[in-house]
Write a protein that binds this ligand. Sequence first.
Ligand SMILES: Nc1ncnc2c1ncn2[C@@H]1O[C@H](COP(=O)(O)OP(=O)(O)OP(=O)(O)O)[C@@H](O)[C@H]1O
Length: 235
Amino acid sequence: MTTVTTTAGKRMRLVLAGAALGYGGHPVLDEVRLEVAPGEIVVVVGSSGSGKSTLLRGLAGLLAPRAGRILADGAEVRGPSPDRAMIFQEDGLLPWRSVLRNVELPLGIRGVGRAERRRAALTWIDRVGLAGFADRLPRELSGGMRQRVQLARALVGAPRAALMDEPFGALDAQTRAEMQRLLLDVLRDTAATVVFVTHDVDEALLLGDRVLVLGRTGGLRSLTGATREQIVKEL
Ligand SMILES: Nc1ncnc2c1ncn2[C@@H]1O[C@H](COP(=O)(O)OP(=O)(O)OP(=O)(O)O)[C@@H](O)[C@H]1O
């Protein structure tokens, strides 16, 4: 059997050490300090345009800091890594590939053999409640089902961190609640440290071990233990 990752099972510590992030001449975040402990679920809330996605892009290695440092287990983040899986609001599935072949994708990239790839993908397809749908194409699925496929694809390779950018933002309320329950359920069996971005305060309170508010001035404030009303006031 191919080993998926030599560090499987070890949760990742993520650190933003005075990181400044922005685009071209447009600074967005200045001197962000954040430490996410291994295995922690940190939820970042903030109003539209406050820089939540920008923060996540920095952690993903899709955007380099202009100042300060971004560290994963003490090492500088220099680009995307399968060890830090991303899930977006738009599903990002390959439309010409079946559910099975979409979920197998990260394992293929890591060179996992065909039989093991298939076994792991089918296990995850089952776990997210899509047993029997492995041969379907994304367009044959509902929005909620496609997000289930995304979740399976993100977690199949046993990433040590999962970075989630409003993954349930486009779903109706009932499907969203189902997905939140599923996420909490599957995270119990994974070794992932999670940074989850949302602008839904109730979702933040439900999912987060810690809730952070990205304020209008770009500062991160911890509001763990705050009431819904206190958080809303900060947005
Ligand atoms: N690719 C880009 N190029 C230039 N500016 C960008 C780019 N992406 C985002 N921005 C700007 O950076 C700022 C923060 O955007 P970001 O997407 O991080 O906010 P957000 O909090 O995730 O917002 P939302 O909740 O609406 O998704 C905004 O002013 C936005 O216009």
